[in-house]
Unconditional design. Sequence first.
Length: 372
Amino acid sequence: MAASARPKVAVVFGGDSSEHGVSCLTAAGVVSAIDTERYEVVPVGITRSGRWVQVSAEDVLAMRTVDGVLPEVPESRPDAVLVRTADGARIATLDGDGLTEAHPVDVAFSLLHGPMGEDGTIQGMFEIFGIRYVGSGVTASAVSMDKIRMKQLMALSGLPIGPWVGIQPAEWARDEAACLDAVDALNYPVYVKPARGGSSVGITKVQHRDGLRDAICEAQKWDPKVIVEEGVEQAREIECGVLQDPAGGRPQASVVAEIEMHTASGFYDFDAKYLPEEQVSLHVPADLDKAVAEQVREVSVRVFEAFDCEGLARVDCFLTRDNKVLVNELNTMPGFTRYSMFPQVWAAAGVSYPDLIAWLIELALQRPLGLR
């Protein structure tokens, strides 16, 4: 299906992961800023139970955090289905045995965070349905979501990373003591994380071996695969946004930003990211020596290229006391509200929130279907 004069953009959000509410906030931000004279928005919510529903733009715009409670996709809406037809794909609502509200989809803008949305699964579905979409493809999405595979690829690519240990579910079931001993090779404190989680859900900072087993069990509530990373004490948390170049040149890096924590733990956890704003300060741009900032930007572009990312990514780094840059994570679908770090670093680089959204949609519209 050829793109229409006003391309129809399916904004997909919600999902059945722990980051459902964050995704709803992101959708509210994007729908509020998208240029509706240029694009027609078709909001598609995925409920916590995994049902697809069509939601009005007005309902999406009303989504916000109230008394610390994040918004949700309503379960009351009728089911929606994605259909591939001879001339493209459509999203429609089930009405008895028939379909109503059938909308063609020129491009999908998935704002899902976490498993079943950011990990290559929905990207594979878009590929099967012949739908162009914003962001990285199946492989880059899947590998960057799995922190163990992500670290392995970073190491193979010669990127600077800190020490870490992966714990597979079979290893843990077979010999817990051996897994704990492997972690003891790291210097404490360590951070125990679900390997395929996001938004700092299920993460524990562990100061001594005594708390290690409980932290691993907590992480396994979210993902049977666990990664343990050596803490980088007194390091600065630095982030950089990367965008694909529409002209085919090297990816472009944003200004560099810094996260400064004001909590007792000093840990950038879920509440610090999405709830009380006084817990964290975002410095955009970061107060860095010019050469150090350029090093962060270059490393971020190298990460983007090593993973064959498309569209956008955010690269999170640690800056040690001796100005050594260590890559912490790659996020192929970073938080995307107007006040999230990724839009902020690009705003500081001269790219407004609406222009950033248009940049990503146009990149998706111009790229070919199938293998590329």
